[in-house]
Each structure stands twice: as C-alpha cells, then as structure tokens.
Design a protein around this ligand. Structure first.
Ligand code: BDR
Ligand code: CA
Length: 322
C-alpha cells in the first residue's frame, strides 16, 4: 500500500510499553500514514510520554513525524501519577533509548489534532490509546471536529468482562471518565477496542524472543520493554506473557487484522463517583441473538477477532508482512 492509500492517522497516546509497541507497529505497517502524535497523561505524564515518543521516532529515523504534548490533568481532578508498577518508572520498562535531538511542537496535542483534521478534512483517522482528555479538549475547541474526521478508534473500556483498574473500569476510561463520556457521545463513527478482545490475544515469551532475535533496533528495544511488562501480567495469566492492548487497536485502525464479533451498539460511560466510575456500559442485551447491530448506534464494540493477533504484530514489526 502506498503512502497515498495508507490510512492518514493522528495518534494520541500515553507512551507506555504497549503504546510503544503500537508506535513500532504503525511505523512498520504499510497501511498506516502517521501524520502526528499527541501525548496525554496516563501511564506516565504527558511530558514523559512525549519524550518517550520522540525517542522512539528517533530510533526509527522518523523525526519527520511531529509530536505535541497534551493534557497533564484529566478534565476533572488531577493526574494520579501513572502506572510505574506496570510500565516502569520511565514508562518503557527501564529501557534506555538514545535521547532524541528533536523537540515537541509548541502547539498542544488538541491543537495539532485540529490542524491535521482541517488539513485532511474528511480523511483523518484518530487512534486514541490513552485517556481521552486531548480528544475531548479538541471537541471543545472545534465543535465541528466530528465532521472533519473519517473515523476514531479507541483502546478502552470493558464490555462483558471486568475492568483492570477497578472491578468495573478499564484504565484509559477510568483516568478521565468525563472526557470518555464526551468523546463517545460525539457525532462520529467510533470503533471501541475494549479489554474483552485485548486480554484475549496474549503475547507469549516465544513472540518476545522473535522480536529479540530479529536483530533490529526497534524490535530489540520493544522486546526489552516487554520483559518488564510480562512481570506485571504474570499475576493475571500465571505465566510470562502479556495482553497487547494498544497495538491491537492500532492494527484495527488501519485494517491490518480482521474483526470477528463487533456489533454497533450504544455505549454510556459511568461518570458518577461510585464503584462503577469509568465503566463503559455497552448495550449488549441481545447477545443471545448473535450480537445484532442496534439501529442508529455509531459505536462498534470489538468483542473478538477473526484471526490471531500476536503473529501479525511480530511479523509486521520485524518486516515479514511487508
Ligand atoms: C490501557 O491502559 C494503559 O495502561 C495501556 O497503555 C492501555 O492503553 C489498557 O487498559
Ligand atoms: Ca496506552
């Protein structure tokens, strides 16, 4: 696929180990044309996330892709300090990347998104793999944003499975429920990639070894980060492996992987202060009828894939799919 036919993308992320894998995937995929990246506080602060992203781009020799620092705090409240127990103190599992010599843009992530949306009116795809603060701020700044956007793919939520940060809520949504509620209520077509599917596609030690054995700088760095990530997930799966949340959303955004069950249904976000705060309430009551689409619903909730994801991820990053 040429750059002209590849999906023009704005990526919003909180880089983060699995965010780094999503960046590695998108840089390697011929189906993605990464036009700009915004950072947001989540796994790490927005400032650290931008720095990690710049370093990854420098490692790949892609300093041409602009990076903008986004929101430090969620719409309500303050940044909680991130998830060093999951992603390490530096957000990328303690892997030391060579510091990039280029800097983030002066404009904010929300401003970068709006500018790219205007420059690529009707064509730009948003891929959001962190809390949705920047996207909500962009909607506030430019209420016409949905008309300028082709599609938005979001890693977040839990439809029929437990959350991961509370029993009810997934981290990206829980870190800014007000933003998620605004983004899911906006007038655009959304693909939601929740824990239902991301926890089901496990990245094993054998896949990590394939990355490490490829002898490529990006694959080696990502394989190193995964060593840290696997320690956290050992508690969940009982062995050295991990979920692969953000790269899975990236592959779906660019059409790199085929969907299985993925109904279009209404989804609400719990913004109360009770135990359900941050839960995504997807209307899947018709599951016994095979998950039919709901009339007028614009949120496609991905519950399963039609194929295995981890081999596709490895092969794309090391270049055997291209
Ligand atoms: C999501 O939360 C973050 O920790 C990950 O990067 C991913 O985007 C998974 O719940
Ligand atoms: Ca993320």
């Amino acid at each position: 696929m040429s750059e002209q036919t590849a999906v023009p993308l704005y990526l919003d992320c909180d880089t983060g180990i699995d965010d780094a894998l999503a960046v590695g995937y998108l840089l390697a995929s011929t189906k993605a044309n990464l036009l700009g990246i915004g950072s947001v506080s989540g796994n790490v602060s927005a400032a650290v996330g931008a720095r990690n992203t710049l370093d990854l781009l420098a490692l790949a020799g892609r300093e041409d892709i602009p990076v903008a620092v986004g929101a430090h705090n969620p719409l309500a409240g303050e940044f909680s300090g991130g998830a060093p127990h999951v992603h390490g103190a530096n957000g990328i599992g303690g892997v030391e990347l060579t510091a990039a010599t280029h800097d983030a843009l002066a404009e904010s992530a929300a401003e970068l998104l709006i500018r790219l949306a205007r420059e690529n009116a009707g064509k730009l795809h948003i891929l959001a793999i962190g809390p949705l603060t920047n996207i909500a701020k962009a909607l506030e700044l430019e209420p016409n944003l949905p008309a300028l956007i082709d599609h938005i793919t979001i890693m977040g939520g839990a439809a029929l499975v437990p959350g991961n940060i509370t029993p009810a809520a997934e981290a990206n949504i829980a870190n800014d429920p007000e933003a998620a509620a605004a983004v899911l209520a906006a007038d655009w077509d959304v693909t939601l990639v929740p824990l239902d599917v991301t926890m089901a596609h496990v990245f094993e030690e054998s896949h990590r070894q394939e990355l490490l054995e490829a002898g490529q700088p990006m694959a080696t760095a990502l394989g190193g980060m995964l060593g840290y990530y696997f320690r956290f997930y050992k508690d969940q799966y009982g062995r050295e492996c991990s979920a692969m949340h953000d790269p899975l959303a990236a592959a779906i955004a660019v059409g790199g992987i085929e969907l299985g069950t993925a109904p279009r249904v209404r989804v609400a976000v719990d913004t109360t202060n009770g135990p359900g705060r941050g839960a995504t309430i997807a209307d899947l009551r018709r599951r016994h009828l095979g998950f039919p689409d709901q009339d007028g619903a614009r949120i496609r909730v991905v519950l399963t894939l039609a194929e295995e994801f981890s081999p596709h991820l490895v092969n794309t990053i090391i270049g055997s799919n291209n």
